[in-house]
Design a protein. Sequence first.
Length: 321
Amino acid sequence: MKALLLEAVGRLEMIDLPSPHSLPGEIVLRLSHCAVCRTDAKMWQQGQRDLVLPRIPGHEICAFDPVSGERFVVWPGESCGVCAACRAGMENLCRSMKIIGFHRDGGFAELVAVSTASLIPVPANLPGPLSCLAEPLGCALNALDQLRLSPGMSLLIYGGGTLGLLLAIAGRALGAEPFLVETNTQKLERSNALREHFGIGGGVECPQPGFDAAVNAAPALNTLWEGLTKLRADGSYCLFSGFPGSDQVHARLINEIHYRQLHVVGAYGCTRPQMTRGLALLAQFGKAFEPLIEDRIGLDQVPLVLPTILSGEAFKYVVAF
């Protein structure tokens, strides 16, 4: 089979590999689509904490059973099922987690072996490229769950890329009032029609303080300070995107949390139920999500689009097999 193998940081090569074999409890699926995540691009550029090389990347997968033809998206995790986190319904925090595209081979290949427990059936009316958004949308729902978002709450989102828009759409679906901050005016303009469709406000800066909740879908450290200052007292901030480098957090930020009794939470990945909820949202709104698909590309084009993805200028590229 054809596959893209990340042999080392900076070296992603198209090669021929034997077809994978399924172990007990697994199934071999044929890929129909696999989205390219910003994390895939960062793994190529600088590696990643959970990455084990060499590796076939790709974890936003839509694939089908070659025997039955049934389509699935794949929750990319493989948790132990017995630890405290798993028993509490937080399998995304399992200490023994194995992730497709990180610890085991992923979807930048014609075939992939996955656990049958990770399969989520795709509704017949949902196109394959859109179904690939189920995993990032599940991650967005995890962040909103950590914020305990409820109807009527105001939600401030930093970052107008794919994840920022998915956070905003998911927030609107939960009955919240989202406002998206994106300093790149061209990127903001590109999302105008999508935001108007879902009734999502947006601008290059936050209009006023007093938000109930905030979340960063941008890796700039200043979004933490700015977001905290825009919250009402007792408001909540979710760290959704990590920060690069070794920048230090200033004491004034800690004092802001302390004196105004703010709540700061993290969000990492998603659970299988959250991804299932994401898939249901995609099926509900269907083609309204189409503007988030930047382009459909061939497997051989993935290395060419990685720099564009890292620049933050594009929405979601999807490999079509």
